[in-house]
Each structure stands twice: as C-alpha cells, then as structure tokens.
Design a binder for this molecule. Structure first.
Ligand code: G3I
Length: 376
C-alpha cells in the first residue's frame, strides 16, 4: 500500500482530531490499523466496538483462496449473499439444503467472526414450490416450520437475523405501505408470526427488520421510513419482539435533483427515531453504485470513495450502529454487474477492493471512517 494521496491525507487529518483523547498506546493501535477488522474492533481499549463485515458467496469461499484470505484479513462478521434464503435452503416442501450455509458459518467461526442470518421471510428468492404449495390454510405452518428448522439448526450461532426483509412498498397502495408480496397474500399477519417464532427458536439473536431505499432525502424514501417506524410501533404495541433495523445502504454516487442520491439530515433523524424506539441499527448491505458517474476510473473511484466517507461519517456518528457490512468486498463478486448494470457495459467499482483484490480509495475511506467513528 503506497503513500496516501492528498485526498487520503486530508481525510486522515480530520480523523486524527477525534483520536486526540485516547491514551498513546491505544492511539498507535488505531492509527497503525491497516485492516478494516483491526480498525473496527481490535482487542484493545481503542476498539471502536464496531462489527465490520460483508456478504460472501459459498462458492467463492471454497474456490477462490485469495478471496477467502482477504475476507479473513478484513472482516469480523459475515452474512451469506444467498445461501440462507428461503429458496436455496428449502428447495422442496420437506427438504432442506444446508451445505452452502454450513460452509459460510463454519468459515466465520473458524476465523473468529460473527455471523448474520439473511433472511427468513422475503418476497424474492422463494422456491418454485411456494406458489403452488402454500395456501392461506397452510402458510402459517410452512413459515413456522421453516423458521424452527433453519433458526433451530443455527441456534446460538447467529448474531442477528433479518427475520423479515423488504416488506414495505408504499407504491403498492396497501394499508400501512405494506408490499403486496406472496406472503402478504396468503398470511397477512406473517410479520408478527415470523418475529414471535424467531424469538422462541433463537432467543439470543438480534431480530432485525431489513430494508432498502430508506437512506436518501427524496419523497419516496421519506414515505418508506415513516411506514417502517409505524410498522415497528405497531409491533411493539402488540408485544411482538424486534431488536434492530437494518439499513441496507445500497447508495448511489452522483447527486440527483430529486435528492434520491443525497444522504444526510433525514437519515440522521430516522436513525434517532429508531433509537428512541429502543432498537439498535446496522448498515447491512452497503455498496456505492457508480453507474451515473462517467467511465473514467480515477473519477469513478474518487466519487465512490467520497460517498463512502460522507455516508459513513453521517451514519457511524450514531453510536447505536452496531455493525457495518458491505454487499461484497471486491468488485470481482458484485450483484451490481447483474442487476441494473452500467449502460456502458463497464463493470461496477462499488466496493472497497478491485477485481484483483487490490485496495481502492473506497477502502481507505472505509478504513478512516472506522478509525474516526466514536466508540460504541
Ligand atoms: O444458484 C442459481 C444457479 O443454480 C443458476 O444457474 C443461476 C442462473 O439462473 O441462478 C443462480 O441463482 C441466482 C443467485 O443470485 C445466486 O447467484 C439467482 O438467479 C439470482 O436472482 C440471485 O441474485 C441475488 C439476489 O439478491 C436475489 O436473491 C444476488 O446474488 C444478491 O446479491 C441479491 O441480494 C439482495 C439482498 O438479498 C437483499 N437486498 C438487495 C440485494 C441486492 O438485490
């Protein structure tokens, strides 16, 4: 890793200010931290007490040793990109497939990392049999059986479960902004059933509601944040257990007039509102989409790194944020080249490491943001 550029030097200077209060040894441990893992939660008094991680595909952990080594070096919490989802883990009504999920959680535990569970209930990644087999009569039994079987298998080994993912879609026009999902159609009270069952099955896991497009200053994000706060208040009034909100943080570089690519006061307020409801926060799937930035790589990387810096300065300032996970760690493996890819066909550069596993400006931005984050 070469000398810091002028931009890295400036952001490092800002970071140094908040460290002045720390004892010399702790200070040197933070400043010398060169990995995200060390910066976030080194075993020292200087520890930020933060969890830093990423999503991983089992096949890359198995077949790409350099990738596995990078994940091990940089992360202290992992989440499966797809392997814990309903479809992949429950391919037939009475059949479960745990090999890929086991690969990931075993890797995490063997390397001293925590593990997130993603997810029990979602409108996507459902198995083909769901549409023909699940009815209003058996939907509750199917859901409870799924959570008991999957949650039971990993009981006590999961830091936090995304019990329900992306259940709000205000534009569907349903009451309370609910998404008109396959679950909503067959089991309207599925959210309460899922959270109650998850608490019973794995009492130690932080039960999380996870969603996207709740970060920006635009009207749609504002409506979605309000619907999520109402959902939580309703659950709490009904005595339904919930411990945390996952802010996915799939954000976009390159500001837009409607505020949809601007992240600031509204998000800060939402995080305070969540805190006032007694819930914790996690940034669960961060990446910075660069499709609106011209193809020139230094320009793209600078814009992406700038947004990592500003977004993490805003969000990690809230000590209620327990964890920061990126949706991947290297541009070699990112969903962004499959869903909503760049029009110019150039591969996305949305993550801390490039496709050759080399650190990018985004890596230094994330590293410095962790170093200057207030201790939890
Ligand atoms: O495993 C099958 C493979 O057998 C088959 O040959 C291939 C071709 O169709 O598909 C493979 O499944 C794909 C799977 O990723 C594994 O690669 C699915 O089609 C594809 O839809 C799935 O995409 C995942 C997507 O969620 C849907 O589950 C992405 O990798 C994953 O990054 C994305 O992640 C979501 C989060 O879970 C929730 N928030 C948004 C985020 C991005 O969409």
């Amino acid at each position: 890793m070469g000398l810091p550029t002028r931009r890295q030097f400036l952001s490092q200077t800002a970071a140094t200010a908040s460290l002045a209060a720390l004892p010399i040894r702790a200070l040197s441990q933070i400043q010398s931290a060169t990995t995200l893992r060390a910066a976030a939660a080194s075993e020292s008094a200087a520890s930020r007490g933060l969890l830093v991680g990423c999503c991983v595909p089992a096949r890359a952990l198995r077949n790409d040793p350099a990738y596995a080594a990078l994940v091990k070096q940089q992360m202290n919490i992992l989440v499966a990109e797809n392997e814990f989802k309903f479809g992949p883990i429950h391919p037939q009504p009475t059949t479960f497939f745990f090999d890929d999920a086991d690969t990931i959680i075993d890797f995490a535990e063997q390397n001293g990392m925590k593990m997130r569970g993603h997810n029990f209930v979602w409108h996507r990644a459902l198995p083909p049999w769901f549409a023909t087999y699940v009815t209003p009569q058996n939907a509750e039994q199917v859901l409870v059986n799924h959570i008991e079987t999957v949650g039971g298998r990993y009981k006590g080994r999961i830091h936090s479960w995304d019990v329900v993912n992306e259940a709000i879609q205000v534009s569907d026009g349903l009451p309370n902004g609910m998404r008109n999902s396959p679950w909503q159609k067959v089991l309207p009270n599925y959210i309460d059933i899922a959270f109650r069952t998850a608490r019973r099955v794995d009492p130690h896991a932080l039960l999380t509601y996870n969603d996207y497009d709740i970060e920006a200053e635009d009207a749609a994000s504002t409506a979605k944040r309000a619907a999520i706060l109402d959902l939580v208040r309703g659950m709490q009034q009904r005595g339904v257990p919930i411990d945390a909100i996952g802010i996915q943080s799939h954000i976009h570089a390159g500001p837009k007039p409607d505020g949809s690519h601007t992240y600031g006061p509204a998000l800060t307020q939402f995080m305070k509102d969540v805190q006032s409801l007694g819930l914790k926060l996690m940034l669960t799937e961060m990446d910075v989409n660069d499709r609106d930035i011209p193809a020139d790589i230094p320009t793209r990387d600078a814009a992406v790194a700038d947004l990592y810096s500003s977004y993490l300065r805003t969000t990690l300032a809230n000590k209620n944020v327990l964890a920061l996970l990126t949706w991947g760690i290297t541009d070699k493996y990112t969903w962004l080249n499959h869903e909503g890819a760049r029009k110019d066909g150039q591969p996305e550069r949305s993550l801390p490491f490039d496709a050759d596993l080399k650190p990018k400006p985004a890596f230094f931005a994330e590293l410095n943001a962790l170093k200057s984050a207030p201790r939890r």
